[in-house]
Design a protein around this ligand. Structure first.
Ligand code: AMP
Length: 487
C-alpha cells in the first residue's frame, strides 16, 4: 500500500515522501479513504500510530478540491477546526499541517492559552483555512468575537478521551453549539469511556469506525528494564547511566513539578544539560525547552506526566521513569514517547522499595514482568523498609496513597523531603496545562453549557475497507467495539 493508492493528490504524496514516509501506517490506511469519502469517523487510535497524518492529509485534500466559501466580511473563512487537549499537541498538529500541506494552498494556525492573545487575533484577522486550538483559548476568542466558526466544514476532536479527562466537556459542548449543523466530524480517542460514548453518540452521524493496535502494542516494541535502587541514590544512578551509556536524548519522568525542577538542577551540577518542563513553566519556556531537546541541544528533559502529553519526538531513544507513576496507565503513556511508529526504544524505570506496589500494578496492566537488572555499585539495601510517597500537587492539594509510616518524597532527588502531607495519589490532576482551561467561574461572559445534537453530515456515509459503515437510522446509536478503559 502506498499513499498514492489511498487516493491522495500528487502534492500530498510528494510532501509525505519528502518527510520520509514510505508506507502509510495502519490508521492512515483506514482513516484516509474514510475521511475522503466525506462521512463522520470514530477512530480508536492513540498518539504514536500516525493518526495525525490520518486526518490531516485527507482534510487538506478535501479542502483543496472543494470551492472555498466567501465570507461576508471578505476574510477567508475558517473551514476546518481541530481541537486538541494540550498546547504541545495543538502545536504539533499544526506543524504537521504545515509539513503535509507544504505544496498545498491551505493556510493554518494554532491558538492555545498561556501566551498573548493579541498576535493570535492579528493572525486570525488575516484569515486561515485550518485552525488548531485548545478549547479554552478558542472560547476566549469567541468571547472576544475574534474568531468566526460559522463556516466550519470539518471538525476534528483529537485525543478526545484526554480532553474529557482534563475537564473540557463543557467547553467542547459550547464550541459544538457554535458550529454549523452540516459538517463532517472526526473523533479520535485512545480509549472509550461512557463519557466518550455519550459524546460520540451526540456528535457523530453513522460514522465509519476504525481501530488500530491498542496502546499496549507500544509496550511490545519498547525494550523495558527496571533498575532496583535505593531511593536516595536515584539521581546518582541516573547520572551514571547517562554518562556510561553516552545517552544524548533522555526524557525523564518525575512525579512532581518540584521533583522535575530539582532533578534538572542537580543534573546540571553533574555536568549533564537538563531542563524541566511542567505546568508551572510559561508556555514560552516550555516551547523553548522542547525545541532545544528536539534539536539535540539538551541531553535531558525532566517532565511531569501532564506536561509530557503530546510530546512527539521522532525516534526518542530513551525514556526514564525516575519515579514510577502511581496510575499504571501513565506508565504506558510515558513509554509511548519512545519506540514510536515502529522504531524501537528503551524505557528504564528506577525503582526503589517504596514503589514496589506501583510496579506490581503496572506489570498487571501490561501483562508481563519487566526484567530487573541491578546496576553494579547500586545494589539496593535489602533491609530497606518501604515508606509512603508524598504526592505534592500543584495548588497544595495532596492525595493519600494509603501507605503507612513516615512521609517522604522520593521525587526530584533522593535526599529531598517533600513538604506536603503523607498521601497517595490514585487520581489524575483535573486541570489541564492549557492555562485557559480554568473553572468556568473564570469566564463570566460565557453562555451556559448546551447539549449539541449533531445534524446529519452533508455527504453520504461510507465505511472503511473491511469496516462497512452502519446504515443510517432514525435514532442514531453507535455500537462501540473498542475495549478501552474508563478513568
Ligand atoms: P502521530 O501518531 O500522528 O503523533 O505520529 C507519530 C509519529 O509517527 C510522528 O513522529 C510522525 O512523524 C510519524 N509518522 C506518521 N506517519 C508515518 C509514516 N507513514 N511513516 C513513518 N512515520 C510516520
Amino acid at each position: 500500500m502506498s499513499f498514492a493508492n489511498l487516493g491522495l493528490s500528487a502534492e500530498l504524496v510528494r510532501a509525505v515522501a519528502e518527510h520520509g514516509y514510505i508506507t502509510p501506517t495502519p490508521i492512515q490506511t483506514q482513516a484516509i479513504p474514510a475521511v475522503l469519502a466525506g462521512g463522520d469517523l470514530l477512530a480508536g487510535a492513540q498518539t504514536g500510530t500516525g493518526k495525525t497524518a490520518g486526518f490531516v492529509l485527507p482534510i487538506l485534500q478535501l479542502l483543496s478540491t472543494r470551492p472555498a466559501p466567501h465570507s461576508a466580511n471578505g476574510r477567508k473563512p475558517i473551514r476546518t477546526l481541530i481541537l486538541a487537549p494540550t498546547r504541545e499537541l495543538a502545536a504539533q498538529i499544526e506543524e504537521s499541517v504545515r509539513v503535509y500541506g507544504k505544496f498545498s494552498k491551505q493556510s493554518s494556525m494554532v491558538v492555545y492559552g498561556g501566551v498573548g492573545i493579541n498576535p493570535q487575533i492579528t493572525q486570525l484577522k488575516r484569515g486561515v483555512d485550518i485552525l488548531v486550538a485548545t478549547p479554552g483559548r478558542l472560547l476566549d476568542h469567541h468571547q472576544q468575537r475574534t474568531v468566526d466558526l460559522s463556516h466550519i466544514e470539518i471538525l476534528v476532536l483529537d485525543e478526545a478521551d484526554r480532553m474529557l479527562d482534563m475537564g473540557f466537556i463543557r467547553d467542547i459542548k459550547r464550541i459544538l453549539a457554535l458550529l454549523p449543523r452540516r459538517r463532517q466530524n472526526l473523533l479520535f480517542s485512545a480509549t472509550f469511556s461512557e463519557e466518550i460514548k455519550t459524546l460520540a453518540d451526540s456528535l457523530l452521524n453513522a460514522p465509519a469506525m476504525i481501530e488500530v493496535a491498542r496502546r499496549n502494542s507500544t509496550v511490545e516494541i519498547t525494550n523495558q528494564k527496571v533498575h532496583p535502587v535505593d531511593r536516595d541514590r536515584k539521581r546518582e544512578l541516573l547520572a551514571h547511566l547517562i554518562a556510561t551509556n553516552h545517552w544524548h536524548q533522555v526524557l525523564v519522568f518525575t512525579r512532581t513539578k518540584h521533583g522535575a525542577n530539582r532533578l534538572a538542577e542537580q543534573l546540571n551540577k553533574d555536568g549533564i544539560t537538563a531542563l524541566a518542563i511542567h505546568g508551572n513553566k510559561s508556555q514560552g519556556a516550555r516551547t523553548r525547552a522542547l525545541a532545544e531537546f528536539k534539536e539535540g541541544g539538551l541531553q535531558v528533559l525532566c517532565a511531569t506526566d501532564i506536561a509530557a502529553r503530546g510530546i512527539d519526538i521522532d525516534h526518542l531513544p530513551h525514556v526514564v521513569n525516575y519515579d514510577l507513576p502511581n496510575v499504571p496507565h501513565d506508565y504506558v503513556h510515558r513509554i509511548g514517547r519512545t519506540g514510536r511508529a515502529g522504531a524501537s526504544g528503551e524505557a528504564i524505570s528506577l525503582v526503589c522499595v517504596d514503589e514496589h506496589a506501583f510496579l506490581r500494578d503496572i506489570e498487571k496492566l501490561i501483562k508481563r514482568e519487566i526484567p530487573q537488572e541491578v546496576v553494579p555499585g547500586f545494589t539496593p539495601d535489602p533491609h530497606a523498609k518501604a515508606e509512603p510517597i508524598l504526592q505534592r500537587q500543584g495548588r497544595g492539594q495532596h492525595h493519600n496513597n494509603g501507605a503507612q509510616g513516615k512521609p517522604r518524597s522520593n521525587s526530584g532527588g533522593g535526599r529531598s523531603q517533600g513538604r506536603g502531607a503523607p498521601t497517595a495519589a490514585p487520581s489524575r490532576p483535573r486541570h489541564p496545562n492549557d492555562a485557559t482551561a480554568k473553572p468556568q467561574h473564570g469566564r463570566p461572559n460565557r453562555q451556559p453549557a448546551q447539549t449539541h445534537h449533531a445534524a446529519p453530515a452533508a455527504a453520504p456515509k461510507t465505511g472503511t475497507p473491511g469496516h462497512p459503515a452502519p446504515a443510517p437510522t432514525a435514532k442514531r446509536t453507535i455500537v462501540y467495539r473498542f475495549g478501552g478503559r474508563s478513568r
